[in-house]
Design a protein around this ligand. Structure first.
Ligand SMILES: [Zn+2]
Length: 582
């Protein structure tokens, strides 16, 4: 990273060129976790060249559908010193490990991680490196700030359980979990509201848990004490008996929230970090969106509004209008006001078919609508991202009751603000107050079985954003894209790991070489797909000075009326035209 002047300059961007603002956050260096680390280790922070890293991992199957039982786990190191536009770029990820398949490493992950930990320990003490700017060697140090992974991998990498009553990694004490008929629900978000808030009154979940305070998190001492109990558990075959029967015992005795002490704790700074593991916003959005769509469209297998969910209502004694009504030998499930009728489902799916987006904004969502036009299936994560933030809030208006639309729209707005490229600390503080309210509103509408742990995790997202900075530095999108590239490297299907390793080295070499190339098209100066032109001088009104070269757009013919309306729109929205209009 310091072999060329440009690269070395970029690696110091966060300290030398970044213009920090008090409220706005656009880089991890604006986040509390980074600043806290600087205060804790001032000698590390002094040299702008010292690297701050993210550790990212995920499993993938290099054979797609051809062999479904194969899981390979690359581990990437992401340098955060770079400017925002280069930070999460694929070419800057370094593949530190490639854990071979065919089975996913699970508890043995630590063992595979060992060489990387040794390297990281060495890097923490410093390694002599040549810097192209000063033309001298210096002692380069590096520290891992946090890990990026999806929720199941979080358990693998952190050693903390992400299942059962203590599934939420932020709620160590008195969690919101409640055992329902077939699953564990996370209800009672009113507990996150301040005392005396109007939504706390007449809350149907009051009294469900021992405490009505917000759940607590372990302090670092309590956490270390927990870890002390499990520090001798080594990876490999566990003596643990097979499947334990799920029982209420867990709650009474206090289950093992931490299953093992992972090797990351060997890093001397690990216990001082504020944010060790990121919640992945990408998968949270996907799960919430799928829950919403599945339930609203009543898709069998996806809906959370099942017979058991209705039986829960009876157990809890709430929402009488939705409880099953007995009629002799049979039972009837009353229609819920949050599911659409068949006509409305059709209308909603038609809307999805029709909706148009700017180039590169979203994929073709209409392909997800089933042939009979009553179902939505095969949604990808980015489709859910767009659906949840943009489409559902608009599309549900008119189909569902006002209070339901409002809650969905507020949830969409929450995620829209959370995913913006720059975050304002005041806005985040406000969002932190709002999200429990949104969830309480949803709780009033949907049955408790709707609220799985993913729904609950939304409560903790503003806190994490304050610590980390914008979400794009901690979510899985760039990692998944990188995995796709790795997948394409596989040429010899008998030796997928070997193919990837070889192609990766070749690719790294070429990337490095292209940093020295000028006048040749390289991956650093390649033009975007839809490059525009700008010729503002020729025209007085600059909207006419911009344009795009179409690569694959279909030719559209407008009738006279449509064209006039377009021109009218442009002229009325352009401030430079105002003087002529008068
Ligand atoms: Zn929680």
């Amino acid at each position: 990273m310091f072999a060329t002047k440009e690269a070395s300059e970029q690696a110091q961007w966060h300290k030398l060129k970044r213009q920090p603002s008090e409220k706005e956050m656009s880089h991890p260096a604006d986040g509390e976790a980074w600043q806290d680390f600087d205060q804790e280790y001032p000698d590390f922070a002094d040299d702008a060249r010292n690297l701050r890293l993210g550790l990212a991992t995920d499993g993938f199957n290099p054979f797609s559908e051809k062999n479904t039982k194969y899981s390979m786990w690359p581990v990437f190191v992401v340098p955060y010193n770079l400017p925002p536009w280069a930070c999460m770029q694929e070419s800057n990820f370094m593949m530190a490990l490639l854990i071979p398949g065919p089975t996913c490493p699970g508890k043995d992950f630590d063992l595979f991680l060992e060489p990387l930990i040794d390297d990281l320990l060495e890097l923490w003490n410093g390694v002599r490196t040549y810097d192209a700017i000063t033309r001298k060697t210096f002692k380069l140090r590096a520290a891992v700030l946090w890990c990026i992974h999806d929720y199941p991998a979080l358990s693998t990498l952190s050693g903390r359980t992400t299942k059962g009553y203590f599934a939420c990694i932020h709620c160590d004490k008195h969690p919101l979990s409640y055992g329902l008929r077939s699953k564990i629900g996370y209800v009672g978000h009113f507990r996150f509201l301040p005392k005396g808030h109007h939504l706390r009154r007449n809350n149907e979940y009051a009294g469900l848990h021992e405490s009505s305070e917000a759940p607590g998190k372990f302090s670092i001492d309590e956490l270390l004490a927990e870890l002390e109990k499990v520090k001798d558990i080594r990876p490999g075959q566990q003596q643990e008996c097979g499947k334990r029967k799920r029982s209420g015992l867990d709650r009474v005795r206090g289950p093992n929230i931490w299953q093992r002490m992972v090797s990351l704790w060997k890093l001397p700074y690990w216990k001082k970090l504020k944010l060790r593991h990121n919640l992945d916003v990408m998968h949270i959005e996907k799960n919430i969106c799928e829950n919403l769509i599945g339930t609203i469209l009543n898709i069998i297998g996806k809906t959370k509004d099942t017979v058991k969910a209705r039986l829960d209502l009876k157990d809890l004694g709430i929402k009488e209008e939705l409880q099953l009504t007995e009629d002799g030998d049979s039972c009837e499930m009353p229609n819920a006001r949050y599911t659409l009728s068949k006509e409305k489902k059709k209308a909603f799916c038609d809307f999805l078919r029709e909706v148009k987006f700017p180039d590169g904004f979203a994929s073709n969502i209409s392909r997800c609508v089933s042939a009979d036009g009553t179902k939505v299936q095969g949604l990808k994560t980015h489709d859910c991202h767009i659906l949840l933030q943009r489409i559902l809030p608009a599309a549900m208006r008119g189909f569902l009751d006002n209070d339901i639309c409002e809650a969905i729209a507020e949830l969409g707005k929450f995620f829209r603000e959370l995913c913006s490229k720059t975050l304002n600390k005041d806005v985040l503080a406000k969002m932190k107050e709002e999200i429990p309210m949104i969830l309480v509103k949803l709780e009033k509408i949907f049955p408790p079985a709707f609220f799985d742990v993913m729904m609950h995790l939304a409560v903790h997202l503003p806190d994490e954003a304050l610590l980390r900075g914008p979400v794009q530095y901690g979510w899985m999108y760039p990692i998944e894209r990188r995995l796709y590239t790795l997948k394409r490297y596989v040429r010899n299907r008998a030796r997928p790991e070997g193919s990837i390793a070889e192609a990766y080295i070749a690719d790294e070499c070429l990337t490095f070489c292209s940093k020295y190339m000028e006048g040749v098209e390289t991956r650093f100066n390649r033009e975007p797909r839809n490059i525009g032109f700008s010729n503002e001088e020729t025209y007085d009104v600059d909207v006419f000075g911009h344009g795009v070269h179409f690569t694959s757009a279909p030719e559209l013919v407008y009738n006279e009326n449509g064209f006039d309306r377009m021109v009218w729109y442009v002229l009325h929205k352009c401030s430079q035209v105002e003087q002529y209009a008068e």
